[in-house]
Write a protein that binds this ligand. Structure first.
Ligand code: G4P
Length: 521
C-alpha cells in the first residue's frame, strides 16, 4: 500500500467522558468489533478511582495499565483506527488536554442518567477551542435517565455544541426497545445480553410504515414518529462539512455494556471522521501528505520497569513516514537520534513497528532526552504549537528528606517535571523549590514515585500561593519599581523560574526578549 493510501485510511481519535460514563466499556466494544481483542475485559479501566487518593499501589497499578491502553489501534472496514486513551480523573486533566492535541476528532460519552458532568464540560471546551470534530454518544440507555430532548438541550447549553441526533432511542430503561438510526434509516432492536450484530437491523425507510408497530408496539411507534418529526423540524440537517469544521455534532444513543448502538456509532464514525489533519507549527503549517517525516511528543510515561530507568515518549506522526532505525533530528536538542525499538501498544501486547504514518502514535524508548512538546523531524526545525501547559493552582514547598540523596532528589524532580506531572519553581529569595500542580493527587503521586523510583524521600510544606502567572513589562524602570513594591507587600513575590521547560532553547526564546518574571499571588 502506498503512502497516500496509508494516510487516507487512518482515523485517530480520543474518547472523553466524566469518570464512570462508560469510556472504557465503549473503547472495549469498539476494539471487539475491530477484532483487536477477543474477549470483553481485556481493556482495563485506566481510571484512578476516588478511593485511590491514599492508595498508592492502586495508582501504580493504574499507571501500568494506562500505558498499555494509551494508544489502541484496530482495523475496521479497511481503515486503521487509533484510539488515544485519556485519563478521566480530573487531577490528570492536563494529560488529557495534551492527548487531545494528538487526535483528529473525539467521541464524547455521556451517561443518560447523569447528563453533562463537569469534567466533560472542561474537556469539550478544549476541543471547541480547536474546532475538533465531536461525536456525542449517550450511554446507558438500558437505565432510566433524562428525556432525550432535555439531554440534547443540556449538551447544547453546557457544552456549547450544536447537535444533530443521528439515532434516537425507542423508550428507555425497562421500556428500552432499541434505537432508530436516522443515518442509516434502520431500526435496531435491543435484545439484552445478545451479541448485537448488524443482522438485527430492520430496514425502515419510511417511519409511517406499519412495520414499525409490528416491532415496537403501537405506543412506542407513535412516540418515535412524533419525536423524529420534531428532530427533523428543530435540528439542522446533518452536514459532514459542518461536523468536520467542529460546528455540528452528531448524537448517538446506546448502551455500551450491552454492545448496543456501538456498531451504528462506529459505522458512522468511519464514514465521517477526518483523516489525519494538518498541524500548526511556529514556522508553518505541516500537512500530513508531505514527504518528510515530522512528529511531536505529547506524553511521556516513565519508569514502567523499576529495574530499568526507561521512559516511553509517545510521538504522534504528523507528516511523512516514520521509519525504524533511521536518523532523525531531535529539534530542541539539535541532535540526531535513531530509534531501534519504536513500539505500539495494544491491551497487554507490545509490538515493534517498522513504519508509522500520519495519525499513528509510536512509543519511543527514551533515556531522558524528551520533554513534552518536543519535535522530531527529518531535519527541518519545526516547533509544534498548541501543546498546553497549564497554570498550576496548588503549591507546596518540596523538601528532600535525606540530604545524602540530593542527586536522586534533583534527578527525580527533574524527570517528573519532564513528564509533565507538575511544574517546578525555585524561589528567588531562598532558592527553595516549590511544586505547582493542577490537582491535589499529583502531590501524592510525586511523593510516592520519588521514593519508589528514585529512592529519594520527600515531604511538603504548605505555601500560601494560589496562582502563578507571567508578568511582563517593557519599561525596565517601571518593572523594577513594581517588582520592589510587590516584594515589599509580599502579596506578589517574584521568582525566577527554574522549570525545565522554560529553559528549553528555541521554543520559549520570546519570553526572554522582555523582562519577565513568574509571580506568585
Ligand atoms: P469510564 O471508563 O468512563 O470511567 O467508565 P467505565 O467504562 O469503567 O464504566 C463505568 C461503569 O458503568 C461500569 O460499571 C460499567 O460496566 C458501567 N456501564 C458502562 N456502560 C453501561 C451501559 O450501557 N449500561 C449500564 N447499565 N452500565 C454501563 P462498574 O460497576 O463500575 O464496573 P464493572 O464492574 O461493571 O466493570
Amino acid at each position: 500500500m502506498g503512502f497516500k493510501e496509508e494516510l487516507n485510511r487512518r482515523k485517530t481519535f480520543g474518547i472523553i467522558s466524566h469518570p464512570d460514563a462508560g469510556k472504557t466499556t465503549l473503547t472495549e466494544k469498539l476494539l471487539l468489533f475491530g477484532g483487536a481483542i477477543q474477549i470483553a475485559g481485556a481493556v482495563k479501566s485506566n481510571k484512578i478511582k476516588k478511593s485511590a487518593t491514599s492508595d498508592f499501589m492502586e495508582i501504580e497499578r493504574q499507571r501500568g495499565i494506562s500505558v498499555a491502553t494509551s494508544v489502541m489501534a484496530f482495523e475496521y472496514r479497511g481503515l486503521k483506527i487509533n484510539i488515544l486513551d485519556t485519563p478521566g480523573h480530573q487531577d490528570f486533566a492536563e494529560d488529557t488536554y495534551r492527548t487531545l492535541t494528538a487526535v483528529d476528532s473525539v467521541i464524547v460519552v455521556i451517561d443518560v442518567a447523569k447528563g453533562v458532568e463537569t469534567q466533560t464540560e472542561k474537556l469539550v471546551e478544549v476541543c471547541r477551542m480547536r474546532n475538533t470534530p465531536i461525536i456525542v454518544f449517550i450511554n446507558k440507555l438500558d437505565r432510566e435517565g433524562l428525556d432525550g430532548f432535555d439531554l440534547l438541550d443540556e449538551v447544547e447549553q453546557k457544552l456549547g455544541l450544536k447537535v444533530r441526533p443521528l439515532s434516537w432511542p425507542v423508550g428507555m430503561g425497562q421500556r428500552f426497545q432499541g434505537v432508530y438510526s436516522m443515518y442509516e434509516k434502520k431500526l435496531v432492536l435491543f435484545r439484552p445480553h445478545s451479541k448485537q450484530d448488524s443482522d438485527e437491523k430492520i430496514e425502515i425507510t419510511d417511519l409511517n410504515s406499519p412495520e414499525l408497530e409490528k416491532h415496537v408496539g403501537e405506543r412506542a411507534a407513535q412516540e418515535l414518529r412524533e419525536e423524529v418529526t420534531v428532530i427533523e423540524e428543530v435540528y439542522p440537517a446533518f452536514s459532514r462539512e459542518a461536523y468536520l469544521n467542529g460546528e455540528l455534532s452528531p448524537v448517538f444513543f446506546g448502551s455500551a455494556v450491552n454492545n448496543f448502538g456501538v456498531r451504528e456509532l462506529l459505522d458512522c464514525f468511519v464514514d465521517i471522521a477526518p483523516t489525519p489533519l494538518p498541524r500548526i507549527t511556529e514556522e508553518r503549517p505541516v500537512h500530513p501528505d508531505e514527504d518528510k517525516f515530522s512528529g511531536f511528543v505529547f506524553k511521556i510515561h516513565a519508569n514502567m520497569d523499576p529495574n530499568h530507568r526507561d521512559r516511553i515518549a509517545f510521538l504522534r506522526v504528523c507528516s511523512g513516514t516514520f521509519q525504524r532505525n533511521t536518523n532523525y533530528l531531535h529539534v530542541r536538542q539539535g541532535k540526531q537520534m535513531k530509534f531501534s525499538n519504536p513500539t505500539s501498544f495494544m491491551a497487554d501486547k507490545k509490538t515493534v513497528v517498522d513504519e508509522a504514518y500520519p495519525g499513528d502514535v509510536v512509543g519511543l524508548y527514551d533515556s531522558g532526552n524528551f520533554k513534552i512538546g518536543d519535535s522530531v523531524t527529518e531535519g527541518e526545525v519545526l516547533h509544534f504549537k498548541g501543546i498546553p501547559s497549564f497554570s498550576p493552582e496548588q503549591f507546596r514547598y518540596v523538601n528532600n528528606k535525606n540530604p545524602m540523596k540530593a542527586k536522586q532528589f534533583n534527578k527525580g524532580l527533574e524527570q517528573l517535571m519532564d513528564e509533565g506531572v507538575a511544574q517546578l519553581f525555585t524561589r528567588e529569595i531562598n532558592q527553595r523549590k516549590i511544586v505547582g500542580t493542577v490537582g491535589a493527587l499529583q502531590f501524592d503521586v510525586i511523593q510516592y514515585r520519588m521514593e519508589h523510583e528514585y529512592g529519594a524521600a520527600c515531604d511538603y510544606e504548605p505555601v500560601n500561593f494560589y496562582k502563578a502567572c507571567w508578568v511582563s513589562c517593557d519599561d525596565k524602570k517601571l518593572w523594577k519599581n513594581s517588582k520592589n513594591a510587590a516584594n515589599a507587600t509580599s502579596r506578589t513575590i517574584s521568582m525566577e523560574i527554574s522549570s525545565s521547560w522554560l529553559k528549553a532553547p528555541g521554543r520559549y526564546k520570546w519570553r526572554r526578549k522582555t523582562t519577565r518574571r513568574c509571580s506568585f499571588i
